[in-house]
Each structure stands twice: as structure tokens, then as C-alpha cells.
Design a protein around this ligand. Structure first.
Ligand code: 0X9
Ligand code: ZN
Length: 301
């Protein structure tokens, strides 16, 4: 099993995912690519296996290395979808694709060298500064506002779109299932925000009110669990403008209508160093938010 009382290393999370796949016929595991340092990027599929693909929901975590609550929460939700009968409807109505950690090298680096590392670990040419911001590296409106061309900055976009093997692997896995995936959810921390498209521009997409409707349903269900309040809105309106993120790419390039970034707990008391004793509560409230949004999505299909 998995303990929720501490944050786990990359190997533990991947082993857990593989164990679930070995034990439960509803769960499968595959590698979708390899990081710069040679780590496997794992994708879990949860599907009740009545043959044929259903509408699907994609969830990923750990784009940013230091945001430990993200892989922990995604793993918690995965665990509940597999084991808790209260969420069986969600597995009957949707296939779930889950990547617990995208930036696997960066995640390990935050455990061994630098707790506050954010970027990937690929060396850059002509500088000693290492890494690319994997949430400025996606190939939709790449190079726009809020991204840097300087490899020494935290928001370095990389030398070209999908220069990082990690973002490229995830993008290819999403594209291969683009017609099946109805919602894209990516988990970051911190600030307690349910972010709606777009992030690259202040302009709202034409379906903004529909995206906002499902976001508000999620945020309300999340808050009703332990009172954790989220703000719902686009990044330029409630955070900052930033181009090259996975959320904008999922909507703008992969054509997935419902695309959201969740910024999990907290609002700054602990920030990225959220204590492990908050994993269960964060996992539980986020699960309820995701479940409510997924059920509302199902009604629209
Ligand atoms: O800046 C980011 O990538 C995210 N915030 S974080 O503190 N986790 O780094 C916000 C991402 C919002 N979406 C896009 N900018 N596309
Ligand atoms: Zn982040």
C-alpha cells in the first residue's frame, strides 16, 4: 500500500502505480517516455474494462519539481478512484489517464540537492545554468508573455517548444488520445486557485462561461469538504499572464475544451513546503472537487 503521512520519492510512486496495475484488472501502467537523466515517465490508465474506450479525463502532476503536494494529490486521487466505491460511477463513466510526476528528474533533485528547484534538469548550452521551466515549454503560443529567454531564469522557456523530453512525452501521449479526452487537469501548488484558460492572453475564450461553470462546481465541492477556499478565474485575471503552459496547449493545440490548472494548498503559510500531515486533507478535498466537476462534465456529454 501507500502511506499518506509522508512525501514519497519518484521510485516509490512509480512502484505503487505498477503494483496497482499488477493487482487490479481495471488498472494498467505504461511508460510514455524517458527523462533527460533516464527516468521513465509513467502513465496509469483506470478503466472498468467493459471494452471500448469511454470519454476520458487526463490528470497530471509534478510539472514543477518543488510542488510536492501535486504528485501526492494526484496519487491520492488515483488510489481513491481504484479503491473507493463512492467514486465507482466516475470509473464507470470515464477512462482516467494519470501521470503522477512529469518532471521526474527535477522531483528527485528536490529530494537530494535543492528543495526549491522548479525546472527540468537538462543542461543548457553556453551557460552553467541548468534546466527549463516545463510549464513554459509547450508548443502553443510558446515564447509569449511571462516566459523568459534567459536560461538562468526560473521561467526559462527552453530553446524551442518541447525541447524537454518530459513535456514532449506527455504531449504525445495526450495527442494520441485527444479525441477521447474531454477534460485536462494539471496540478500545481501553491495559492488555492482553479485556473481557467487562457493564460497566454487576457482575452477570454468564447466558451469561458461554460469553463467557469464547471470550475465553480469543482471549487464549491472542494471548499465544502474542509472549508478550503479557492479562487476561480483565468491566470491573467487572478495570478499573472504566462505563455507556454500545458493547460493552454491542451485546449489550444490538442482541442480539449475543458482544461484547468489547479494550484493546490496553501496560500503561503508553508508554501511549497506544505507539511506532509496535510496530504490526506488536500487529497480528499481535491478529489471531491475533481469528482464534482467530472460529474458535471458527464451531464454535458
Ligand atoms: O507559473 C506557473 O506555471 C503556474 N504557477 S506556479 O506557481 N505553480 O508555477 C501557473 C500556471 C498557469 N497556467 C499557465 N501559465 N499556462
Ligand atoms: Zn507549478
Amino acid at each position: 500500500g501507500m502511506s499518506w503521512s509522508r512525501y514519497h520519492r519518484y521510485n516509490e510512486i512509480i512502484s505503487y502505480a505498477k503494483q496497482q496495475a499488477a493487482r487490479d484488472g481495471m488498472v494498467s501502467y505504461q511508460s510514455i517516455g524517458t527523462s533527460t537523466e533516464g527516468r521513465e515517465i509513467g502513465l496509469v490508465k483506470i478503466s472498468d474494462g467493459t471494452g471500448g474506450n469511454k470519454p476520458a479525463i487526463w490528470m497530471d502532476g509534478g510539472i514543477h519539481a518543488r510542488e510536492w503536494i501535486s504528485p501526492a494529490t494526484v496519487t491520492y486521487i488515483m488510489h481513491k478512484l481504484i479503491t473507493d466505491i463512492n467514486y465507482r460511477d466516475l470509473v464507470q463513466n470515464f477512462d482516467w489517464y494519470i501521470v503522477p510526476i512529469i518532471n521526474v528528474d527535477g522531483y528527485e533533485y528536490t529530494h537530494t540537492r535543492d528543495r526549491l528547484w522548479r525546472k527540468t534538469r537538462r543542461p543548457n548550452q553556453g551557460t552553467h545554468c541548468v534546466g527549463t521551466d516545463p510549464n513554459r515549454n509547450w508548443g502553443f503560443k510558446w515564447g509569449g508573455p511571462g516566459s523568459s529567454g534567459n536560461p538562468c531564469e526560473q521561467t526559462y522557456r527552453g530553446p524551442k517548444p518541447f525541447s524537454e523530453p518530459e513535456t514532449s512525452a506527455v504531449a504525445n501521449a495526450v495527442l494520441a488520445r485527444r479525441n477521447q479526452i474531454k477534460m485536462y487537469l494539471t496540478f500545481h501548488s501553491y495559492s488555492q486557485l482553479w485556473l481557467l484558460p487562457w493564460s497566454y492572453t487576457r482575452q477570454r475564450p468564447s466558451d469561458y462561461s461554460e469553463l467557469q461553470r464547471l470550475g465553480l462546481i469543482g471549487a464549491r465541492a472542494l471548499a465544502s469538504t474542509y472549508g478550503t477556499r479557492y479562487r476561480v478565474g483565468s491566470a491573467p485575471e487572478i495570478l499573472y499572464e504566462a505563455a507556454g503552459g500545458s493547460d493552454d496547449w491542451a485546449k489550444g493545440a490538442a482541442g480539449i475544451k475543458y482544461s484547468y490548472t489547479l494550484e493546490l494548498r496553501d496560500t503561503g503559510t508553508y508554501g511549497f513546503a506544505l507539511p506532509a500531515r496535510q496530504i490526506t486533507a488536500t487529497g480528499e478535498e481535491t478529489l471531491r472537487g475533481v469528482a464534482a466537476t467530472a460529474r458535471a462534465l458527464h451531464k454535458t456529454l
